[in-house]
Design a protein around this ligand. Structure first.
Ligand code: ME8
Length: 535
């Protein structure tokens, strides 16, 4: 039986251009997906757009275009950004697509028939930005949205309600039986204490005050609440409820397929409370994990177009290369925690890890193998001394550590472990002093062993880094002389695979960056007019 993995990003609102925050989430998911594919998992990676709702309708009206024309234009900016970031998604769902619309209508009808929804009327405090109703207590005396801090307005409308009361016990049982359903676990406590314990109201799942949404068949004038519409993308994209539902069967319906949703903290409530309830009502399995990542902030707080502090991604990628930007995103901010973008840390990260560490190791090793062995990687001589033995042990341990951490979605930690191996190999060069061994014919075996150990470490590191380095890993393999058909995870994990290959010295992979000049370059990018330079 093949190992299977299904990973999704949130589907973003195409209400404005995507920024580095969106790129952060999608790139991290891409790295996870590529890592699983590398290890032989049958992987499906989904991203897309959440195109309905009042906010989109208002933004389109402000521009004097139809909502569909509005989202069509912004959709091209998202796909272009995913191209720039080398995102390897298997599908791109848009909630205005027929496959999705029809299935959502069917899902709603099922809810009506099964009496999971009922018609009533709703009065409450509504936040247009979050498209959410809040209670009097939640908005407080100032009538402010607890999620985004914007003013809310009082509204009353006829509406369908989803019977949360029917499913809340099942949800709590699911939390209990699946302690890693919500990661980091602190988020689960937050959900229980803030939303479930105070009493979960039935959820209002239709709107009548605007029409840019999926219509309710059973009641003219009602459109389906944007969150019920949006969450179901995770199954409609796989073909749920459609004729062509092979992917749905292969991934969602296979209990051995791990299903993971990666989201930002702002949308935890919808994914961890309502989504499992909708699935229970449809009699479908629930996701194994909702992983809540942190926010990428700027010095003056959350990145947002209205603040004008958005960093344009394409010129960053054009200047530094996609692999470097991907490396920064994966390594600088611990996945699951908030982080801050600063030009100083960006340059420091690239210089320290890429230029001084992996780039340096590759250069030195290929040069020495060329100089001492005419370019041919010597045969494996076993562990001849403690230095060899320690590096060999670390090689083996890094494979296990990488696999365990990445299966736990500890992306940053898993790549830190790979860099630790690279640092250890650089240190091993200093301690083994191959230049001294080369002067003593009695130490020929030690010299050969040293070169072989270094080449093995580089092959493994290059492979483990390949989910991030979509270009440079291949260049590493070229310099090591790895045949194209030998570039597999299994081979890279074999300590003696590289023996007898012929290295081929190439360009320096990560030239050192001049910090002062580069910081100035990034600051200029950040100051550039935003709308043009966005995605
Ligand atoms: O909430 N740092 O869409 P959205 C890191 N359509 N991640 C960020 C970020 C930042 N500064 N800004 C945004 C929606 N994100 C709904 C989702 S899902 C069924 C429907 C990421 O366009 C983060 O993952 O507001 C966040 O959860 C998501 O974008 C919200 O995107």
């Amino acid at each position: 039986m093949s190992k299977k993995f299904y990973i999704t990003t949130p589907i973003y609102y195409p209400s404005a251009s995507p920024h580095l925050g969106h790129a952060y989430c999608t790139t991290l998911c891409d790295i996870i997906a590529r890592g699983k594919r590398m290890r032989g998992y049958d992987t499906f990676f989904l991203t897309g757009l959440d195109e309905h709702g009042e906010k989109i309708q208002k933004n389109a009206a402000a521009k004097g275009v139809t909502p569909q024309a509005f989202v069509d234009e912004i959709a091209t900016r998202f796909t272009s950004l995913w191209n720039t970031m080398s995102i390897s998604n298997d599908d791109f769902i848009r909630t205005t697509q027929e496959r999705h619309v029809k299935t959502v209508e069917d899902i709603f009808s099922k809810f009506v028939v099964n009496e999971d929804v009922y018609l009533s009327s709703y009065k409450g405090w509504y936040c247009v930005h979050e498209e959410s109703y809040w209670t009097e207590t939640q908005v407080g005396e100032d009538h402010i949205c607890p999620e985004c801090g914007r003013p809310v307005e009082e509204k009353e409308e006829g509406a369908y309600f989803f019977k949360c009361s029917k499913y809340v016990n099942n949800l709590l049982k699911y939390y209990d039986e699946n302690p890693t359903f919500i990661v980091p676990v602190g988020r689960k406590t937050e959900m229980i204490n803030n939303f479930i314990k105070p009493g979960l109201n039935d959820l209002c799942v239709t709107r009548t005050t605007f029409d840019w949404g999926i219509p309710v068949r059973e009641s003219t004038g009602h459109v389906i609440y944007v969150w019920l519409d949006a969450l179901t993308n995770y199954i409609t994209a796989l073909g749920y409820g459609q004729e062509n539902n092979e992917k749905f069967k292969n991934y969602w319906e296979d209990p051995d397929c791990e299903v993971v949703h990666v989201i930002g903290a702002d949308i935890t409530r919808f994914h961890t409370i309502y989504w499992p309830m909708f699935l229970e009502a449809l009699n479908l399995r629930k996701p194994d994990k909702v992983f809540v990542h942190g926010l990428m902030m700027m010095k003056d707080g959350k990145m947002s177009k209205s603040k004008g502090n958005v960093i344009p991604v394409p010129p960053l990628v054009e200047h530094y290369g996609v692999d470097s930007v991907r490396w920064y995103l994966a390594r600088e901010i611990i996945f699951g925690q908030d982080g801050q973008f600063t030009p100083e840390q960006f340059i420091e990260r690239l210089n320290a890890d890429l230029s001084n560490n992996i780039g340096n190791l590759l250069n030195r090793t290929v040069s020495m193998i060329t100089k001492y062995f005419g370019g041919q990687i010597p045969e494996y001589k076993g562990d001849l001394n403690d230095l060899d033995k320690n590096l060999h042990d670390m090689f083996d341990k890094t494979i296990t550590t990488y696999e365990v951490l990445s299966d736990d979605l500890k992306v940053t930690e898993s790549y830190a472990a790979v860099m630790d191996l690279v640092s250890a190999a650089n240190k091993y060069i200093e301690e083994s002093a191959p230049w001294a061994l080369a002067k003593d014919p009695a130490k020929a075996d030690l010299l050969a062993s040293c070169m072989q150990h270094l080449a093995s470490v580089i092959y493994l590191a290059g492979m483990l880094l390949s989910p991030i380095f979509v270009n440079k890993s291949e260049k590493i393999f070229d310099q090591l002389g790895i045949p194209t058909d030998g570039r597999t995870y299994e081979n890279a994990c074999k300590f003696d695979y590289v023996s007898n290959l012929t290295v081929c010295k190439g360009e320096q992979l990560f030239p050192r960056l001049d910090a002062a000049a580069e910081i100035e370059f990034i600051q200029a990018l950040m100051a550039a007019p935003k709308e043009k330079s966005a995605a």
